[in-house]
Design a protein around this ligand. Structure first.
Ligand code: MMA
Ligand code: CA
Length: 197
């Protein structure tokens, strides 16, 4: 019996039964397909969710790495470049506060002991400089003027002490109101690299 004959001679009751069975199968397959689609969607999303490399701290849309190694501003900048990063450029109070918190960790013992000798505190280079035009501080990677600043107002920074302070350093020195200071670019400080997420 070929297919046409079987349909023509089929008992309508059996046909209806078969139909409903087929519908059930279709429904089950549809459910499985939907589950599968959702799984693919989730995996795709997971794969495109960016994260910071290990040892880099995420904040906002950047990753930060505090380098506890003393280098001149220029050599610090070069090292950051090698990580696909730049010396940190601080654009907002939130970013500044986050970094303030982070650098305190390096001076915790001094802070606990109330030691107020400026030279003892760790200083960290950031990516601001007025090397090109004295008094005109810009971010090194863009040349953009600083939009946010946190200069130490009490010490009246930036003061270009000795006429040769063109790079921005931050530290958690306790008597500082703001944490920014212009310092001699040749001085060797710790530094902070920033790269995009
Ligand atoms: C240091 C140095 C300067 C800063 C003064 C503030 C003594 O020099 O960090 O950049 O302006 O301290 O007293
Ligand atoms: Ca200064």
């Amino acid at each position: 019996m070929d297919w046409t004959q079987s349909v023509l001679t089929a008992d309508p009751k059996i046909v209806t039964e078969q139909n409903s069975k087929l519908l059930q199968i279709e429904e089950r397959m549809q459910t499985k397909l939907t589950n599968l689609e959702n799984r693919v969607k989730n995996i795709t999303k997971e794969m495109s969710t960016k994260s910071c490399p290990s040892n880099w701290i995420p904040f906002g849309s950047s990753c930060y790495n505090i380098r506890a190694q003393e280098k001149s501003w220029y050599h610090a900048a070069m090292e950051c470049l090698q990580y696909g990063a730049k010396l940190v450029e601080i654009e907002t109070k939130q970013e500044n506060d986050f970094l303030k918190q982070r650098i305190r960790i390096y001076d915790e013992d001094l802070l606990k002991q109330n030691i107020t000798t400026y030279s003892e505190y760790k200083k960290f280079w950031i990516g601001g400089t007025d090397k090109i035009i004295e008094g005109r501080f810009v971010w090194a990677s863009t040349g953009n003027l600083l939009s946010f600043t946190d200069w130490d107002a009490i010490l009246m920074e930036p003061n270009d002490r000795g006429g040769n302070e063109d790079c921005i350093e931050i530290s958690s020195f306790p008597t500082r109101r703001g944490i920014w200071n212009d310092a001699n670019c040749a001085a060797e400080f710790y530094f902070i690299c920033e790269r995009s997420l």
